[in-house]
Design a protein around this ligand. Structure first.
Ligand code: AMP
Ligand code: MG
Length: 322
């Protein structure tokens, strides 16, 4: 690993990053959720490079990042409800899937043929600065190979791409550690496509109406890309385990079990801390090349819903154990 791919945020770095985006290249930058792999969302060739670098299926649409609500409105139609949610949750770890505007200028790869676009206004200083200086929409999925664990540090990104990627803006550890909450607003109301740190209850409080869970739970995705298997380590995952078996690695929550290879998501059972630690600890245990990672039960309330969502998808990758 050379250091030449890592860039500290600075005027010079942003200038180079914007040049790369304008040249149709991809780069990685931090957001408050996870590190993104960014490209000019209006440039077909650049967006195609994201799909190619990630081995991402082209039917899986991308989230478009913009600097503020005014810019979001250049690409999507925002009704009163969408505006209300935007004014409460943007900038932040919150993505809305909304009807796409005609002649929006976005690359066709962004929507994967749907008549909706997912938009987000990130809060992270580096992401905001990049969006402001670039002055355009940036398509940015998580900077990992498709289906693998999302990166929460610059080093994670580098370990996925090595020399396939020559610019990673290093903004330290991502504060939230889980991807953004995704909702869709349509004639059926608000549908939660992906749980995240803005919880169902947070959204319901502001919206004044109930938020329906995505159909994925019952096995039928309502849109491309709501893939059941994701965030997958090489090891198999065994969930809701109070006592790991000999030889298993253990991801604890709260009181730790003294096994040789264990990490604790949060000794004080703090879900915010657990979310921030989840992906980096999954990676760390996976590096031990142990066959099974057992994971403690995480309460499925509040942010715990999003943590369990990621764990279940990670476990789905290699099927049930036994
Ligand atoms: P990632 O880019 O890895 O954070 O994943 C983005 C998620 O947003 C994927 O699950 C996509 O399927 C979903 N997504 C993006 N655009 C849309 C859209 N127009 N409709 C529904 N889901 C979308
Ligand atoms: Mg991802």
């Amino acid at each position: 690993m050379t250091d030449s791919r890592f860039y500290r945020p600075s005027k010079k770095t942003f200038k180079l990053a914007v040049k790369k985006l304008n040249d149709g290249d991809i780069l990685s930058f931090p957001t408050e959720t996870v590190y993104g792999l960014g490209a000019d969302a209006t440039n077909n060739t650049a967006v195609a490079k994201i799909f190619s670098a990630k081995n991402r299926p082209i039917f899986n649409p991308l989230i478009v990042h913009v600097s503020d609500t005014i810019n979001a409105k250049r690409y999507v139609i925002m009704n009163t409800l969408a505006q209300k949610l935007a004014s409460n949750f943007w900038p932040g770890p919150f993505t809305m899937v909304l009807p796409v505007k005609k002649n929006n200028g976005l690359s066709d790869f962004i929507t994967a043929g749907l008549d909706t676009v997912a938009v987000r206004v990130p809060k992270h200083k580096v992401a905001q600065e990049l969006l402001h200086i670039f002055d355009g929409p940036i398509a940015a999925p998580s900077a990992n190979k498709s289906g693998k664990i999302s990166p929460t540090t610059a080093a994670h990104v580098d370990s996925e791409f090595f020399d396939e990627l020559d610019m990673i803006i290093d903004g330290g550890v991502c504060e939230k550690g889980l991807e953004s909450t995704i909702i869709q607003i349509n004639e059926n109301g608000i549908i939660l496509l992906r749980p995240g740190s803005i919880t169902q209850e947070d959204i319901e409080k502001i919206a004044g109406q109930s938020v329906k869970m995505n159909e994925l739970q019952s096995g039928s995705p309502i849109s491309p890309g709501q893939l059941k298997s994701h965030y997958a380590p090489n090891a198999r995952m065994r969930l809701n385990v109070l006592t790991p078996k000999p030889g298993e690695a253990y991801l604890a929550f709260g009181h730790n079990i003294e096994t040789l290879n264990s990490l604790n998501l949060s000794p004080t059972r703090n879900l915010i801390e657990a979310a921030a630690n989840l992906f980096s600890m999954m990676r760390a245990l996976d590096h031990l090349k142990i066959e099974i990672i057992a994971v403690a039960p995480i309460p499925a309330v509040g942010l715990g819903v999003a943590i369990n969502d990621r764990l279940e998808r990670a476990a789905a990758a290699k099927g049930p154990i036994e």
